[in-house]
Design a protein around this ligand. Structure first.
Ligand code: AMP
Length: 183
C-alpha cells in the first residue's frame, strides 16, 4: 500500500492553516483553502490519492458538501470514474434519498439522488471529505451510500482529528484513511 513520504506529509501539513476560534470560541478550524492554492501541496495530495486508489476497482467517488466536492471530483476525473455529490438537504433537484444525523444541538440531513450510482448493484464507492471530526456527517453519508444499494469500501479524509471518537466509530462501518492526523 502506498504511503506518504515524510517530505510529502510536511508539504501537505505546512499548507493547512489553523484558524483559531472559528466558527466559535475554542475550535481550531483546519483551513484547506491554503492547501488548494498551493499548487505543490494540492498536487502532492491528489497524486497520493491517485496512487492509493488507482488499483482498487472503484466505481464511484462520493464527496461530502462542500469541500469533499473539490478533492472528490478531482480524484474521480483522475481515476476515470463518476462523481456523486452528497449534499445538504434541499439542494438536489431530482428525487433524493436522505439521512438525518445528530449534531451537538439538534439534527442535520444530507441527501443523494436516488439514481446516483446508476443502478449498478453493489457499486464500489469511496467516500471523501476534507476532515473527520465527530464522524457524524461521514457516518450518515456511508449510510446513504448503502441505502442507495452501493457499497462504501473506504472513507478518506485529508485530515483526521484523532482526539475525537469519530474515526473509531466510522471504522465500525467502513475502512477509514486519512493523510494528516491531528492529536
Ligand atoms: P463531523 O461530522 O463532526 O465529522 O464534521 C465534519 C465536517 O465538518 C466536515 O465536512 C468538515 O469540513 C467540518 N469540520 C468539522 N470540524 C472542523 C474543523 N476543526 N476544521 C475544519 N472543518 C471542520
Amino acid at each position: 500500500m502506498i504511503t506518504l513520504s515524510k517530505k510529502e506529509k510536511e508539504i501537505i501539513q505546512n499548507s493547512i492553516r489553523d484558524v483559531h476560534d472559528f466558527p466559535k470560541p475554542g475550535i481550531v478550524f483546519k483551513d484547506i483553502t491554503t492547501l488548494l492554492n498551493d499548487a505543490e501541496a494540492f498536487g502532492v495530495t491528489m497524486n497520493h490519492l491517485y496512487q492509493r486508489y488507482k488499483d482498487m476497482g472503484l466505481d464511484f467517488i462520493a464527496g461530502i458538501d462542500a469541500r469533499g466536492f473539490i478533492f472528490g471530483a478531482s480524484l474521480a476525473q483522475m481515476l476515470g470514474i463518476g462523481f456523486v455529490p452528497v449534499r445538504k438537504k434541499g439542494k438536489l433537484p431530482y428525487t433524493t434519498i436522505s439521512q438525518k444525523y445528530s449534531l451537538e444541538y439538534g439534527f442535520d440531513e444530507i441527501e443523494i439522488h436516488i439514481d446516483a450510482f446508476r443502478e449498478k448493484k453493489d457499486a464500489k464507492v469511496l467516500l471523501i471529505d476534507d476532515l473527520i471530526a465527530t464522524g457524524g456527517t461521514a457516518n450518515a453519508a456511508a449510510e446513504l451510500i448503502e441505502k442507495a444499494g452501493a457499497k462504501c469500501v473506504e472513507a478518506c479524509f485529508i485530515i483526521g482529528l484523532e482526539f475525537l471518537e469519530g474515526i473509531d466509530k466510522l471504522k465500525e462501518k467502513t475502512d477509514v484513511y486519512y493523510l494528516i492526523g491531528v492529536n
